[in-house]
Design a protein around this ligand. Structure first.
Ligand code: URA
Length: 202
């Protein structure tokens, strides 16, 4: 019998999406990267965290947010009373982009075309997980969710309604905090980061 056209098919599971994304060649970043780094976490998570793109360690491990920025992120989440195990964690771009400096692979920012090519996967994750709360870490994620006119430093830290009933909030990227050299400035920026994340508690 023919499949009924009445019921919309359930969105593909995260496991199926991850398997399909393994061979993604929608942009050139797949070639130098070790592997696709797909999102991870409970499929029914209330909260989705969206970062920028995998770094060196994420590329090698195949998991999002396992490098230096992640320690800081995990600590801030814990201080904000959010259990990372309950959160779905992903990135706008699923392949590590880098420039070789000697033997070192230095993180490079994915361009607009690369972000657009990868958008399919983020949309599929959002459709499947349907998080009630979306936290954008950094300007790339914030602009992916709220639009190109979003200005992180002016508009961070307040909930915004999104189509479909979810609410989203943008804050700084944890890597930005790591780059701050002045200790007092870093402490202040970290405290503001935790304050933003604490809004996930209500
Ligand atoms: N690790 C990730 O997975 N994403 C980032 O945006 C930064 C570090």
């Amino acid at each position: 019998p023919r499949a009924s056209a009445k019921a919309a098919p359930a969105p593909p599971s995260i496991a199926r999406l991850r398997a399909a994304a393994r061979t993604c060649k929608a942009c050139p970043l797949w070639q130098p990267a070790t592997q696709t780094v797909f999102g991870e976490g409970p499929e029914n998570a209330r909260i989705m965290l969206i970062g920028e793109s995998p770094g060196n360690q994420e590329d090698l491990a195949g998991h999002p947010f396992v490098g230096p920025a992640s320690e800081l992120l995990d600590r801030a989440l814990a201080e904000a009373g959010v259990d990372r195990a309950q959160v779905y964690v992903t990135n706008v771009v699923k392949h590590f982009k880098y420039q070789l400096r000697g033997k070192r692979r230095l993180h490079a920012r994915a361009n607009a075309a690369e972000q657009a090519a990868c958008r399919f996967w983020l949309d599929a994750e959002l459709l499947r997980v349907q998080p009630a709360r979306i936290v954008c870490l950094g300007a790339m994620a914030a602009q992916a969710i709220f639009g190109r006119s979003f200005r992180l430093l002016k508009q961070r830290g307040t909930w915004r309604d999104l189509p479909g009933g979810a609410r989203g909030l943008a804050t700084v990227h944890p890597s930005y905090l790591l780059r701050l050299r002045d200790a007092a400035e870093r402490a202040e920026a970290y405290a503001a980061f935790v304050r933003d994340l604490r809004q996930l508690q209500e």
